[in-house]
Design a protein around this ligand. Sequence first.
Ligand SMILES: CC(C)(COP(=O)(O)OP(=O)(O)OC[C@H]1O[C@@H](n2cnc3c(N)ncnc32)[C@H](O)[C@@H]1OP(=O)(O)O)[C@@H](O)C(=O)NCCC(=O)NCCS
Length: 160
Amino acid sequence: MVRLHVLTPNDWPLWRDARLAALTEAPHAFKSRVGDWHRGGEERWRARLETPGAYNVLASLDERTVGMASGLPGDGGVCELRSVWVGPEARGLGVSDQLIAAVETWARRSGATALKLAVIPGNSPAVSLYARHGFVLAEERGDLLPDGVTREHVMVKAFR
Ligand SMILES: CC(C)(COP(=O)(O)OP(=O)(O)OC[C@H]1O[C@@H](n2cnc3c(N)ncnc32)[C@H](O)[C@@H]1OP(=O)(O)O)[C@@H](O)C(=O)NCCC(=O)NCCS
């Protein structure tokens, strides 16, 4: 059974291990690089979990961490869905559905008007997942990627 675990700053080693696993396993999916985070110690990981108003959740299967996601408060009541990852051994089981639903519930409860995310073009499993959850391509231009040409795609789900 998949279990979700909402993290506190003291859980930073769990978050670190999951995030480093994600950045190592799926570098194509994230703007951050694993090398950026290897330089960070406890203070940096804690700071990430201490972001005011943030929501960080891990998914576990048989006591093993298999996925993660974050919600961050944003401007104008638009929260951000970040750091979504499910390990290869747990893909196709609906783990990401549970993670996204948890972040959406958190965003709605915190009074958000919408939830948005950024995805690297070509990441079709992720785009397909977000579309299934009601996210649509936004007009907003995403951040420029290191190639200096490609931009992330922004997707948004408005709450009515
Ligand atoms: C994207 C991701 C979170 C989906 O997780 P998941 O729990 O497997 O999600 P789902 O089971 O709903 O599958 C989502 C899509 O992935 C595809 N998929 C399913 N099982 C898969 C597998 N074993 N391997 C690769 N892709 C798979 C499916 O095509 C599905 O698309 P569909 O909705 O059209 O059927 C996961 O593949 C992942 O972590 N990828 C690497 C990191 C990443 O891309 N994060 C998102 C950053 S924006």
